[in-house]
Write a protein that binds this ligand. Structure first.
Ligand code: SAM
Length: 380
């Protein structure tokens, strides 16, 4: 049986071989920080279960340590309340609300943030504290502040970070409001996603500073953005090619809603294949066009439901070939999605790194190609 140190070295070696670890500072952090201190217990998803069932794995269970040193995300909380320690051996269902993100993504993001010695960094989404400890190892405790929304999660992270020998500044609160004591940061990294860039971040990151965050929405499509802050409340950025997805910041999540009743509406043929919305970038383009809609269904049978207006759209295969869409309500959801997808298809269906974002105090606009290209306003 391998020791934790052996497993940690083996994981770091794999991350070096696959090109994730290229900088000595992050390499030595990956080799030094014991992930098992941060995930005493975790949930393992049961493959193929619908809705996804989770099995708790606790310290001492077979495979516990080996699972920690796989390059995988470890879910540590469901539905904002259930921890693996809270239940017996039974299978549970729920929505993941906290986790230790897979080490390759954490380290890749720290690398992409492009930190330099002496930079002051704000992390939003402490989670288990594993990424925070890596950051503290590289940057020094005094240069790192991390904010966690959930008090139970934040308290456990504080204990783990201390046990690992680090003491960055830790805050329990809403990271979308930035550092409650104000402050000027060189870098901001978020390991929860947002529907739009919070104004506080644009004021607390210095001009010339950078923000790395996944932009998400109520259909849970994601795109990783690297922004350069250009002035007070202003930034420009581009999207990166990595397919990173994070749980959405709790205050930006979908509001509670009743059960959807599918109602009659206006029917017409659709000009795009509805299954386009199942692809990584296609789903994100659709979300840009209908930012307050949630997407359900799959393949030819997509359902969009706008939580702001109650508008609906649903597609179905047409017996004569092609597909039809039925729309209802004040917002013609499919018209908007179809137009956006067609713009993207006309550009050759590029990956997300063909998109950029321009932010002013009045507007946050995601564009395709360049600022004059097709664009969509985020719901600020
Ligand atoms: C994917 S986990 C973080 C992973 C973590 N960095 C790690 O390596 O273990 C996302 C975390 O963001 C937290 N979160 C959600 N909304 C937040 C907010 N508004 N401010 C701060 N943290 C938030 C969640 O509670 C969750 O713990």
């Amino acid at each position: 049986m391998n020791t934790p140190a052996e497993l940690r070295t083996a994981l770091a070696d794999r991350l070096t071989e696959d090109g994730t670890l290229t900088e000595p500072g992050w390499d030595s952090a990956a080799r030094a920080v014991p992930r098992e201190l941060f995930v005493g217990a975790y949930f393992v998803p049961i493959l193929g279960s619908v809705p996804t069932g989770y099995r708790p794995i606790r310290e001492g269970d077979p495979g516990w340590l080996e699972g920690i040193y796989e390059d995988q995300t470890l879910v540590t909380q469901l539905d904002g309340r259930t921890a693996p320690e809270d239940i017996g051996g039974e299978t549970v269902t729920g929505i993941p609300t906290s986790s230790s993100t897979l080490p390759s993504v954490v380290l890749q993001m720290w690398h992409q943030l492009d930190v330099e010695a002496g930079h002051r960094v704000l992390e939003v989404g402490t989670g288990t504290g594993y990424s925070t400890a890596l950051g503290a190892h590289r940057l020094g405790d005094a240069n790192l502040t991390s904010i966690e929304y959930d008090p139970t999660v934040g308290t456990a992270a504080a204990t783990a970070i201390k046990a690992a020998g680090f003491s960055p500044r830790l805050i329990i609160g809403d990271g979308l409001r930035g550092d409650p004591d104000g402050g000027q940061y060189d870098r901001l990294i978020a390991t929860c996603s947002v529907r739009y860039i919070p104004l506080s971040w644009l004021h607390q990151v210095k001009p010339g500073g950078r923000i790395l965050v996944t932009l998400s929405g109520w259909s849970y499509a994601n795109a990783l953005a690297l922004l350069d802050v250009t002035g007070s409340g202003e930034a420009t950025g581009r999207f990166l090619e990595d397919q990173a997805s994070f749980m959405i910041a709790r205050p930006h999540d979908r509001p509670p809603r009743p059960t959807l009743d599918l109602l009659p509406g206006e029917e017409r043929p659709t000009h795009i294949d509805p299954a386009t919305l199942d692809s990584w970038t296609g789903s994100w383009v659709a979300q840009l066009a209908a930012p307050s809609a949630i997407r359900m269904g799959v393949g030819a049978q997509q359902i969009l439901w706008d939580l702001a207006t109650g508008s609906q759209a649903r597609t179905a295969p047409d017996p004569n070939g092609g597909w039809t869409v039925t729309q209802r309500g004040p917002v013609a959801l499919w018209d908007r999605v179809e137009q956006a997808v067609q713009s993207w298809q006309s550009a050759g269906e590029p990956h997300q790194d063909a998109f950029g974002i321009t932010i002013s105090p009045a507007r946050q606009r995601v564009w395709l190609g360049n600022e004059a290209g097709p664009g969509w306003d985020l719901p600020i």
